[in-house]
Design a binder for this molecule. Structure first.
Ligand code: COA
Ligand code: AMP
Ligand code: ZN
Length: 437
């Protein structure tokens, strides 16, 4: 490892555009051949009347049908895999028990390549083996846990797998272990700062924090600057998703001018979410990704539902991998709360399991004392209920069922029938009042 190099993998990171296209074409061909081991993709190709030979260049990519989250759910658990399951060593799965979650399988090679991608990102923003890396992501199924863990270890840093929650303990680790690099979602970085203030800790004076890796939820440039000012650090935007392994897909370089997406791993398209046609360069649309460096479960033209655009021009850092603008939101109704992905339909399905409540409900997302939270208001079927013991038990049972489904603990308010405002037309189910800096 050349500690003086700006690059973790100089060969791949400094490929010029022609080199990237040539590599992508070669990797696309081998990915397509490999995908024919997947019953799902074989059928897809047959049904669309195309064969692998029809995809000769990158310009032919559009002939392949999109892959969607619904496809992953319909083939739950292992139907899209391109290798036998006994060749796989890990899976990650989305939350939820009311419908089929999505599952992504990994071979050992996939995990190694994923760790390399994460290490490359961290190296890019100046992390070196002498650093101490603390991860405040949830571990287990959250890919931000193990994903950063293996990447940071590959780079050679001392890692502190603190996991999510318990801010006092996070702060103790930061101080006692001399943490220099912290991975936290932006809203949690603000929460940590608030606890530091409460504890009389000055991050500049009392900690060695220098770098923050922030991601998992949309945030503005102002939020990033505020986090940098509060904590006295440089904060870099990190983008990824479980379907693409997890973190390590796209990451800002020290120029902080957009996120380089690693084109030796992914082919990028931006499409209009309605027409599904490509948008002109520089215009915002939905990010569609094809994996070209994956073994267990390659995905072709996967609709991420994330809205972004390709930034024009070259980056002074010497990397020619294109840059994505920070994510502008989603083309579906997925909520990201405390770094957890939640679909309103999951909440609705749980509520509807309780015969006492009606189908009128409202989800409110708010920031209270720098803590993001969710309140679910739901109307009772009867006009009013005066059995408070019964109400309390019902409320506890609903909260427990919701927490099991969405992995965060909401507040619940059971309201008399007719209390929620009636909206004209389509019912408003989600109100997002969270503090946006
Ligand atoms: N990361 C780390 N800690 C978080 C957090 C996050 N995204 N969101 C909340 N917390 C902290 C809270 O600050 C609180 O600690 P504190 O009171 O000591 O400050 C503690 O976790 C519990 O939070 P609370 O809101 O009371 O609990 P909940 O039951 O609603 O949420 C979590 C449970 C936090 C465990 C759950 O939201 C979670 O696992 N989030 C992390 C998801 C993640 O890692 N995503 C990254 C994917 S790359
Ligand atoms: P998960 O599969 O749980 O890792 O969640 C992935 C989703 O989180 C993405 O599809 C995005 O919607 C969101 N996400 C991840 N990173 C970022 C980021 N840096 N900025 C905005 N949204 C992000
Ligand atoms: Zn750059």
């Amino acid at each position: 490892m050349d500690l003086t190099s700006r690059y973790f993998n100089p060969e791949m990171e400094t490929l010029d555009r022609d080199g990237i296209r040539a590599l992508q074409t070669e990797r696309l061909h081998s990915t397509l051949r490999h995908c024919m081991n997947s019953g799902f993709y074989r059928k897809r190709f047959q049904e669309s009347g195309i064969s692998v030979e029809d995809i000769r260049t990158l310009d032919d990519l559009h002939k392949i049908p999109f892959t969607t989250k619904a496809d992953l759910r319909d083939t739950y658990p292992f139907g899209t895999a391109s290798v036998p399951v006994d060749k796989c060593v890990r899976l990650h799965s989305s939350s939820g028990t009311t419908g089929n979650p999505t599952v992504i399988l990994h071979t050992q090679r996939d995990l190694d390549q994923w760790a390399n991608a994460v290490a490359r990102c961290l190296w890019m923003v100046g992390c070196r083996p002498s650093d101490v890396f603390q991860n405040s992501s949830g571990y287990g199924m959250f890919t931000g846990g193990l994903g950063f863990q293996y990447g940071a270890e590959k780079l050679g840093m001392l890692t502190v797998p603190a996991a999510a929650g318990n801010s006092l303990r996070q702060l103790k680790f930061i101080k006692d272990f001399g943490t220099t690099v912290l991975h936290a979602i932006p809203s949690y970085a603000s929460r940590l700062f608030e606890v530091m203030v409460e504890q009389g800790i000055d991050p500049r004076r009392d900690t060695k924090l220098r770098t923050l890796v922030i991601g998992a939820e949309p945030h503005s440039e102002e939020t990033r600057r505020r986090i940098e000012d509060m904590l006295g650090v440089k904060a870099y935007n990190s983008f990824g998703m479980s379907e693409m392994c997890g973190p390590g897909v796209a990451f800002e370089c020290p120029e902080q001018n957009g996120l380089h997406i690693w084109e030796d791993y992914y082919i990028v398209e931006i499409v209009d979410p309605q027409t599904l046609e490509p948008v002109p360069d520089g215009q915002i649309g939905e990010l569609v990704l094809t994996t070209i460096n994956r073994e267990a479960m390659p995905l072709l033209r996967y609709r991420t539902r994330d809205l972004t655009r390709i930034l024009p021009g070259d980056c002074p850092c010497g990397r020619h991998h294109i840059r994505l603008d920070r994510m502008q939101g989603r083309s579906d109704d997925m909520i990201i709360l405390k770094g957890v992905n939640i679909f309103p339909i999951q909440i609705e399905k749980i509520l509807m399991q309780f015969p006492e409540v009606s189908s009128d409900y409202l989800i409110t997302l708010e920031t209270l004392a720098d803590n993001d939270g969710m309140t679910v208001d739901v109307e009772l079927k009867q006009m009013a209920i005066d059995d408070y013991g019964m109400l309390e038990n019902l409320s506890k049972a609903i909260v427990r069922a919701l927490r099991d489904e969405i992995l965060v603990t909401p507040k619940l308010r059971l309201l008399p029938k007719g209390s929620l405002p009636q909206s004209e037309g389509k019912a408003v189910r989600v109100k997002d009042l969270r503090k946006k800096f």
